[in-house]
Design a protein around this ligand. Sequence first.
Ligand SMILES: Nc1nc2c(ncn2[C@@H]2O[C@H](COP(=O)(O)OP(=O)(O)OP(=O)(O)O)[C@@H](O)[C@H]2O)c(=O)[nH]1
Ligand SMILES: [K+]
Ligand SMILES: [Mg+2]
Length: 425
Amino acid sequence: MARTRKIRLQNIISLLSIRLFTWLNEDSCHFIEFAEYHLGQLKAKIAKLRTQLLEPPKGSSGAGEGFEVTKYGHGRVALIGFPSVGKSTLLTMLTGTHSEAASYEFTTLTCIPGIIHYNDAKIQLLDLPGIIEGASEGKGRGRQVIAVSKSSDIVLMVLDASKFPCFVCKLIMQYLQSEGHRQILTRELEAVGLRLNKRPPQIYFKKKKTGGISFNSTVPLTHVDEKLCYQILHEYKIHNAEVLFREDATVDDLIDVIEGNRKYMKCIYVYNKIDVVGIDDVDRLARQPNSVVISCNLKLNLDRLLARMWEEMGLVRVYSKPQGQQPDFTDPFVLSADRGGCTVEDFCNHIHKSIVKDVKYVLVWGASARHYPQHCGLGHLLQDEDVVQIVKKKEKEDGGRGRFKSHSTAPARISDREKKAPLKT
Ligand SMILES: Nc1nc2c(ncn2[C@@H]2O[C@H](COP(=O)(O)OP(=O)(O)OP(=O)(O)O)[C@@H](O)[C@H]2O)c(=O)[nH]1
Ligand SMILES: [K+]
Ligand SMILES: [Mg+2]
């Protein structure tokens, strides 16, 4: 029953897509304006149907058997890519967990987790089956792979450097209107609501109960006007809402905001197998944005990949300092802006939920402090490698003395940094 419904929805999406491309190819200028409105409506229709199609069955996460892996560690990274690009080899290299690797496609059939120990944090790395064009529509294990990718903090898109088109091949591909692996994968992920290395559109949108539609913009708009916006909202049966464009956004951006279920993720493009391509090609690939070139076989540049991964995850290590003692620099509390936040309050909650109500202030050493130690409140935003000493309400007077004493017991790691970049008190 559900399968027939899915097939029917898929057929409608295909039909609408064909209609959309027919309109795209329509070059008569008399129809351009009309076509733009029609196009906007069709895009909204397709987005709506896709959302229905992708709804996981009730009571399931959408991941499916062999893919439901418990979250572990301070962050989760998914390896996605075409078959045989070296995902499993990379997992084995970085985590030490064995994942079967072989020269035939679809060697990996389920989700294999491993742990990377980096900067005293634990990062869960997930090896996944290869995906192919049509994955978003359920080809191969595409659905499951994408569902797992969505649950991760960042994505490593593994690509085969030897299959990356050279400049001439790119021109031919453009002529033939065919795409490279990177574009195909990006399109598959976009089709299911994942937005890679993009920030959410600057559009304020709020549904209301009454009052009709209020349409405003703070910048001149070149892609969407009031009429088109009304039509798209109408498609979603929204008749009362406030819409404010804060940038010159497109129809697709508006649809993303209305749908509201898009996931904005960082993605690092990892070009593996650089041992089999020429130095010029390696250089060209390495210069692309958000890209890292590696070779698992020769263990080349893996440390750079880890460093990039760490940067993109934006994890913040905070060392707790008991009064009058040195902090334990081997055991940080790891905070993340995406998972719970990085303020002093988040740090306290990390230790124990009951602490916050007793905190009078905290003393902070490190990058986020203007002077050492800085007196900070619960709202203070911490940075990586900060040291924090909590002063509790009942320790009021003692806390004051502790502060002066603290100068002499300032953590060694911070004074090293201070030498490099002295901070004014
Ligand atoms: N030359 C070269 N070959 C590599 C490198 N890394 C992996 N390979 C080879 O690529 C082939 C595929 O590796 P896998 O790790 O199984 O690839 P996969 O992406 O996990 O493949 P599926 O699980 O089938 O999707 C194996 O024969 C590896 O030995 C590399 O850096 N250089
Ligand atoms: K393989
Ligand atoms: Mg594999």
